[in-house]
Write a protein that binds this ligand. Structure first.
Ligand SMILES: NC(=O)c1ccc[n+]([C@@H]2O[C@H](COP(=O)([O-])OP(=O)(O)OC[C@H]3O[C@@H](n4cnc5c(N)ncnc54)[C@H](OP(=O)(O)O)[C@@H]3O)[C@@H](O)[C@H]2O)c1
Length: 314
């Protein structure tokens, strides 16, 4: 089936996943049958404005929606709950209702932060949600609102997202590594650091499958989709510094381990962020690479780009 003249809308074009979706789609790494992609960022549409969002959807009349936009400032959300709710709960609900009315595929991204992190093994899709911070609550409300519709929608819960570009743990570690001789990193939070590029490719693998079966989809589906394996933030930092060292970049002399209690933040984070991703593999044939393999690729690209920039400016 080819949808000539039909377009996909991607919200969140400047975010980590949004940029990787653009990269993948523009480089032809997709097998969907839509012939136009419209990437929208905050400048094009402010997702706190429900009316503007509804109007824009009607104007554009998309044949599929991918929502990679979110209010992701976890600590700031504690003092801006209304904005977090508007972007993470209300906007996805409007998108899902549109998808329901028009019977078009809708892919939305959610988070491990819908859980409280007290489980001692990986979380499955059947585990009850119990968010412990405002960001998690807002994302949980978004999920619930979508699940209450009959849209041909797929929600993908992922974890600890990083990318070549963006405000993320890799860039923070590389910067702090230059500035400090000793760094103490939280080691009692575990999860799977997930490359936005892998999420983007998976979304583009899943979309045509939803398109294919959308007439028989009577309710939205929810899946866990993060990188294989797991580690702590401390292990992630160690990997970043070992790769940085190979590229001749200065790293701290000591990278110590601390508990979350020694690094208080406005928002509490779940200690266990492990997601069991068995179901998405069974249903959509998606299995993301091991977190270390993907992280090494991303770190290497970041460091090579930095070296190139240095050569150009020298
Ligand atoms: N980052 C993580 O560690 C993580 C972990 C688990 C799940 N997730 C989920 O994965 C998805 C993608 O995350 P990401 O890391 O790619 O996020 P990101 O880099 O923070 O990008 C989010 C995008 O949403 C846009 N946005 C925020 N508020 C908006 C508003 N009011 N109107 C329009 N656009 C708005 C931002 O625009 P600006 O660029 O203008 O700010 C940004 O480009 C999200 O659903 C997130 O909840 C992320």
């Amino acid at each position: 089936m080819t949808n000539h003249g039909q377009k996909i809308i991607v919200f969140g074009k400047n975010g980590q996943v949004g940029q990787e979706l653009q990269r993948a789609i523009l480089s032809g790494k997709n097998n969907h049958t839509y012939d136009e992609c419209l990437f929208l960022g905050r400048d094009d549409i402010d997702l706190t404005n429900s009316e503007a969002l509804s109007t824009r959807l009607l104007q554009e009349s998309p044949a599929a929606i991918i929502n990679a936009a979110a209010y992701t400032a976890v600590d700031k959300a504690e003092t801006e709950p209304e904005i977090a709710m508007a972007v993470n709960a209300k906007a996805p609900e409007i998108m899902a209702l549109y998808a329901q009315e028009q019977k078009i595929p809708f892919i939305h991204i959610s988070t491990d932060y819908v859980f409280n992190g007290t489980k001692t093994s990986s979380y499955t899709e059947n585990d009850p949600i119990a968010p412990i911070n405002i960001y998690g609550k807002s994302k949980a409300e978004g999920e619930t609102a979508i699940m209450a519709t009959h849209a041909p929608a797929v929600i993908l819960r992922t974890s600890w997202v990083y990318a070549q570009k963006g405000n993320n743990f890799i860039h923070t570690m590389l910067r702090l590594g230059q500035e400090r001789e000793t760094l103490n990193i939280v080691s009692d939070q575990i999860g799977a650091p997930t490359n936005a590029a892998d999420i983007a490719l998976a979304i583009l693998h899943i979309l045509p499958q939803i398109q294919h079966k959308q007439d028989s989809m009577i309710q939205p589906e929810l899946y866990h989709m993060s990188a294989n394996g797991y580690g702590s933030w401390h292990e992630f930092a160690q990997l970043i510094f070992s790769e940085a060292e190979k590229h001749g970049i200065k790293v701290p002399l000591n990278v110590g381990e601390i508990p979350s209690s020694a690094y208080p933040t406005p928002a509490t984070r779940p200690l266990n962020s492990r997601l069991d991703c068995t179901l998405i593999e069974k249903e959509y044939g998606v299995s993301l690479p091991h977190w270390k393999d993907s992280a090494i690729k991303c770190i290497t690209t970041i460091l090579e780009n930095q070296n190139q920039e240095k050569v150009i400016s020298a």
